[in-house]
Write a protein that binds this ligand. Structure first.
Ligand SMILES: [Fe+2]
Length: 124
């Protein structure tokens, strides 16, 4: 997964955080031996900060679809909590890891390209 210019939401901080998230997602998809649980915890921490910053920015500009944004973020948080729960309980397998990678890639691409880019025009 690679950050491309068309991912830009028109805010440097948000773009930088999205790039950081993509790095973390890619770590999970790498062929290198990676502690999936640790990588997910790092992603959780980073995503929490990003969601908080993004929601604060959207509140500041009076973005009308903030509720929708916040709801999507909440869905992601819950999903990630569940995956971590699985790994903490020792249920992590290659199949689950592959499923997580797929979900993360699709979720972030869709979220950035559709939900996040929708606020770009409000930033100007
Ligand atoms: Fe978002």
């Amino acid at each position: 997964m690679e950050w491309k210019a068309n991912f830009s939401v028109g805010d440097t901080k948000m773009d930088d955080q999205h790039k950081g998230l993509i790095v973390l997602v890619n770590q999970l998809a790498g062929e290198n031996e990676v502690d999936v649980r640790e990588a997910l915890e790092k992603l959780q921490e980073y995503a929490d900060i990003h969601f908080r910053d993004e929601e604060a920015l959207l509140a500041e500009i009076g973005y009308p679809d903030l509720d929708k944004q916040a709801a999507e973020h909440e869905t992601f948080r819950k999903w990630l909590d569940e995956q971590l729960e699985t790994y903490r309980n020792g249920g992590g397998s290659d199949t689950i890891r592959a499923r997580i990678q797929n979900y993360l890639r699709i979720w972030w691409i869709k979220h950035i390209l559709f939900s996040d880019k929708a606020y770009a025009s409000y930033l100007k």
